[in-house]
Design a protein around this ligand. Sequence first.
Ligand code: CA2
Length: 150
Amino acid sequence: MNGKILLINGPNMNMLGIRQPEIYGSDNLETIEKLTVERAGSRGYECECFQSNYEGAIIEKIHEAYGKFDGIVINPAAFTHYSYAIADAVSAVSLPAVEVHMSDIHSREDFRHNSVILPYCIGQVAGLGKDSYAAGVDKLADYLEGKSHV
Ligand code: CA2
C-alpha cells in the first residue's frame, strides 16, 4: 500500500468559518485540513487535501485516487444527498471510503437524512463538528489495519 489517504471536501466547504458558525463552527477549511493531516500522520498516513465546488472535479479526483491512495475520507457536502455520479465514482474505484459530516445530518432537514454515497462507503461519521474528520481518519485507518470490518 502507499500509506496515503485522500481527503475530499465538497461544495461550500470553502465558506466554513465565514458564514453560519452556529451550524458548522468557527473553524475554517484550512484548519480542518490541517487537523486531518495531523491525525492521518499520527496514524502513519500521508494525507492530501482537495476541495471543489464542482461535481465533475470531485469525480475526476476520485478516479485519480485509484492506485495512488489507500482510501478516501470524503465530505461530499450537499452532493451527499443526490449525486449518484459521485456515488458511482466511489463505487468504481473500489477504494475504502469514509463519509464525514460536521453537522448531524440525521437531525436536520429531511432532505439531509439520506446519503446516496454511503452505500459505497465503509462507514459514516456525523455530528462531531471538526472532530468528525479525525474520527473519519481513525475509522479508515482501523479498516486498513484490519481492526474493523464495518
Ligand atoms: O454537515 C456537513 O458536513 C455537511 O456535509 C455540510 C454541507 C451540507 O450541505 C450537508 O448537508 C452537511 C454544507 C457545506 C458547507 O456549507 C456552508 C453553508 C454556509 C456557510 C458555510 C458553509
